[in-house]
Write a protein that binds this ligand. Structure first.
Ligand code: ARG
Length: 459
């Protein structure tokens, strides 16, 4: 395909340089955004008297035809074109002749690519948003089913206090709700139109940037044309929001991996979401969770690519910025892929309530409640803490648990103990009693589920 700038040059571009320079291999996915932007631009040019209505009409019809043919597969993207903008313009001119060459009036590829990327990413944020919502709903459903399933809560990976499994799950729902909020915030700042910034300085044509802004559904035009063509903050912000989202998925994955180990056996993943080993017949591996954990690094890498690419760039457009696309597209593709498999994996996992309860019963998780019991009997907390510490040491030495320890042995350490201590350290009671706002009681978990669903319905 002949270069746009052929007039200024005496020689054709070296073919390796041509490949090196081209972005069509990865920017063609923005074809719809590119054509939408051009249709809005043509309408504005006509309304401002820069194009005749007849020319604009021909251009618009040509662009619509190209869009349709690309969507139906009738037209294939020419891999030798430099980029998607060049391809669409050349195809338009091939279809409607000379008039196609009028489209690029009062515009540059610099504002064109900036507008395309914003339009494209805006839609992609919508897709990620939908997938995250699906995951939150799956978590909420599992949490509701497990609002009374007792499991140890951990600190330092040591059993700490009994909680209900639904509470543990809802912690991830809260993280994901923040991710949705971050994505919405990112979309809001992204939704500003650079179209009309032209190459860098604006234009002498009497354009109407407000019109293209409205036609393309942007909130407002950017205020500074240099900023308009050189700003990629929106891509960085999106990569950052996606990195945080992946960090959450990765922490969740890590726990799922632990929970399906023989050491825990808290959950079992469905066969459709697990893999086997080529040599060890007994194996059932949580590959999905491991890959999600592994792919997190990739998305962090994409964020680093963008930040590093931009840090030394003078104003305004520099070709370095073409590197934005592969990074942000990879981050999006990765996140969408991960969510697509993670949600059904979670929705189909089976919860082993017995194993959870056994773990909670075996690890002295009722010790805090045992100390609180003594406090209710009038002892200072520090004293109570000391006594229960000695009780635990005694249990460990004699192979007992707080639940199995006879009352006489309790009373040997403090006469304040009575038979009702067994109720106080009962796992269900311990969890049920934590009724403080945001605590682990089953009612609190149900309240969290309700609040999460409410947020989804209203945002
Ligand atoms: N393919 C280019 C990019 O992605 C489009 C903008 C080209 N502009 C230019 N002045 N060479 O950044």
């Amino acid at each position: 395909m002949e270069k746009l700038w052929a007039g200024r040059f005496h020689k054709a571009l070296d073919s390796d340089v041509n490949d090196f320079n081209a972005s069509i291999a990865f920017d063609s996915r923005m074809y719809e955004a590119d054509i939408r932007g051009s249709i809005a631009h043509a309408a504005m040019l006509a309304d401002c008297g820069i194009l005749t209505p007849a020319d604009a009409q021909q251009i618009t019809a040509g662009l619509r035809g190209i869009l349709e043919d690309l969507q139906t597969g009738k037209l294939e993207i020419d891999p030798t074109a430099e980029d998607i903008h060049t391809f669409v313009e050349a195809e338009l001119t091939a279809r409607i002749g000379e008039v196609g060459k009028r489209l690029h009036t009062a515009r540059s590829r610099n504002d064109q690519v900036a507008v395309d990327l914003r339009l494209y990413l805006r839609d992609e944020i919508g897709a990620v948003d939908g997938l995250v919502r699906g995951l939150i709903e799956a978590i909420a459903a599992k949490a509701e089913e497990n609002a009374e399933t007792v499991v140890p809560g951990y600190t330092h990976m040591q059993r700490a206090q009994p909680i209900v499994f639904g509470h543990h799950l809802m912690a991830y729902a809260m993280m994901l709700l923040r991710d949705l909020d971050r994505l919405a915030d990112c979309r809001r700042r992204m939704n500003v139109s650079p179209l009309g910034s032209c190459a860098l300085a604006g234009t002498t044509y009497p354009t109407d940037r407000a019109q293209t802004t409205a036609l393309l559904g942007f909130d407002r035009p950017c205020e500074n044309s240099l900023d308009g063509v050189s700003d990629r903050d929106f891509a960085v912000e999106l990569a950052a929001a996606l990195s945080i989202l992946m960090m959450h998925l990765s922490r969740f994955s890590e726990e799922i991996i632990l929970w399906c180990s023989w050491e825990f056996k808290f959950i079992e993943l469905d066969d459709a979401y697990s893999t086997g080993s080529s040599i060890m017949p007994q194996k059932k591996n949580p590959d999905i969770a491991e890959l999600v954990r592994g792919k997190t690094g990739r998305v962090y890498g994409d964020l680093t690519t963008l930040l590093t690419m931009l840090k030394g760039l003078p104003l305004a457009y520099n070709k370095d910025m073409q590197e934005d696309k592969e990074a942000i597209f990879d981050a999006l593709d990765t996140v969408k892929l991960c969510l697509t498999v993670f949600t059904p994996m979670l929705a189909t996992m089976r919860v082993n309530r017995d194993a959870m309860r056994k773990a909670a019963a075996g690890g002295f998780t009722g010790a805090t409640d045992c100390a609180d019991y003594l406090v209710r009997k009038g002892l200072p907390f520090r004293t109570a803490y000391q006594i229960v510490g000695e009780l635990v040491a005694h249990c460990i030495e004699t192979g007992q648990t707080l639940e199995s320890l006879p009352l006489e042995e309790y009373r040997r350490l403090s006469p304040a103990f009575d038979a009702d201590v067994y109720d106080a350290i009962d796992l269900d009671v311990c969890a049920k009693k934590r009724i403080s706002f945001g605590g682990t009681s089953p009612d609190s978990v149900r309240e969290q589920v309700r609040a999460a669903r409410d947020w989804l319905a209203t945002h």
